[in-house]
Design a binder for this molecule. Structure first.
Ligand code: AMP
Length: 364
């Protein structure tokens, strides 16, 4: 079976790697000349909005999916009309626009931080009434890795924050004093079966994920899984979805979802019976889902911007190195490293060493 993927970055690369032993082959549509997934499949070089490129891509695949959500509606609906797209265009389109995404959470009874839309300066007072301060102003579109956000510590910060974001449509969101950032990753098959991986606890710096830890039997697991399943059902979703959460006391607030495999689930490659990548492919290909149980506690550390020496990384006992083959650039995700260990002290020491090597504070 030939799997079409919109995008050819590291997520597409890891999907292709997971599909190979299953006999699944990947075709990528991406505008870049030499994206990092290209060596692992067929690369159609073309723009996502170019109808000829899309038609050639669609002609050559049995099913199509996306490794990122910011894809034009016309491209998604074209693939959907041909019966190829999974997950559905609605799930991808809703995630592109924060106000629609938040409204969906509200409709489904999933708690979020207080939020209000801002389209013009006339909305400032009503938005401040709802969100209060401190708050975060977020662009409704094209927000990822902390981009398209500005801090609003006090009322007077709102106008400069909105101007710094280009006066585009935004939402103002209460800044949540969370204790932990968590994510829950789940997969839903074509016949509606859901499976959920153990929770991930995530540590960000400057809006970019740096470290994810798998959690075993976390007290918030049942609540998070329930929220995620409610969302999957509502969207009649097929494939893997990640839901990002803030924990405040006993409460979980839903931040956003990603309609795709997710960085906080990379630990599942070595740390779970079936990885998020394999199960995404199984789901969209109409194959039975694999077990999502953890094989042991895992930690994943991202390599951002520049590489430490591979020799030093591989000297850490049990380190699994994933080099995406991208050229270094500030803030760019170049790879990740996973440790999987039943021995909590060994995991702690290995994580501390990896965090030191890649330059994150870590937890030690
Ligand atoms: P986002 O692009 O919405 O995922 O935000 C990126 C990061 O900013 C999150 O992972 C949090 O660390 C932080 N953040 C976003 N929204 C909030 C919020 N309402 N309160 C506190 N921190 C937030």
């Amino acid at each position: 079976m030939n799997i079409g993927i919109l995008g050819a970055g590291q997520l597409a690369q890891m999907l292709a790697l997971a599909g190979y032993p299953l006999g699944l082959r990947c075709t990528f549509l991406a505008p870049e000349e030499a994206p990092c997934a290209a060596p692992l499949g067929r690369h159609h070089r073309g723009d996502y909005q170019n109808s000829a490129a899309l038609a050639a891509f669609a002609d050559s695949v049995d099913v199509a999916t996306a490794e990122f959500e910011h894809i034009a509606q016309v491209a998604l609906e074209g693939l959907e009309d041909r019966g190829l797209l999974a997950p559905c265009s609605e799930a991808i389109l809703l995630s592109q626009e924060r106000l629609q995404e938040k409204s969906l959470f509200t409709r489904l009874g999933l708690p979020t931080a207080r939020y209000a839309p801002i389209d013009t300066e006339a909305d400032f007072n009503s938005a401040l009434d709802v969100a209060g301060t401190p708050a975060i102003l977020k662009t409704r579109r094209m927000g990822y890795d902390g981009k398209g956000q500005a801090s609003v510590a006090a009322v007077a910060d709102l106008l400069p924050a909105w101007e710094s974001l280009g006066r585009v449509p935004c939402i103002l969101e209460a800044r949540v004093p969370f204790e932990r950032e968590l994510s829950v990753i789940a997969v839903r098959s074509r016949d509606g079966e859901c499976r959920v991986w153990p929770l991930s606890e995530n540590q960000h710096e400057a809006g970019i994920l740096r470290v994810s830890r798998s959690l075993s039997n976390d007290p918030m697991e049942g609540l998070a899984q329930g929220y995620c399943e409610r969302l999957l059902e509502a969207l009649n979703y097929v494939g893997v979805l990640a839901l990002e959460l803030f924990q405040c006391g006993d409460e979980l607030l839903v931040n956003e979802y990603a309609p795709r495999v997710h960085n906080s689930g990379h630990w599942t490659i070595e740390g779970a019976v079936t990885s998020q990548f394999e199960n995404h492919l199984r789901a969209i290909a109409g194959l039975p889902l694999g077990a999502t149980a953890a094989v042991a506690p895992s930690v994943m550390v991202n390599v951002i911007g520049q590489w430490p020496s591979a020799r030093d990384i591989l000297a850490v006992p049990g380190a699994h190195l994933h080099d995406y083959g991208k050229s270094p650039a500030p803030g760019r995700k170049l790879g990740h490293i996973t440790l999987v260990d039943h021995d909590a002290e060994a995991l702690r020491q290995g994580t501390a060493e990896l965090c030191r090597l890649v330059g994150v504070a870590g937890e030690g």
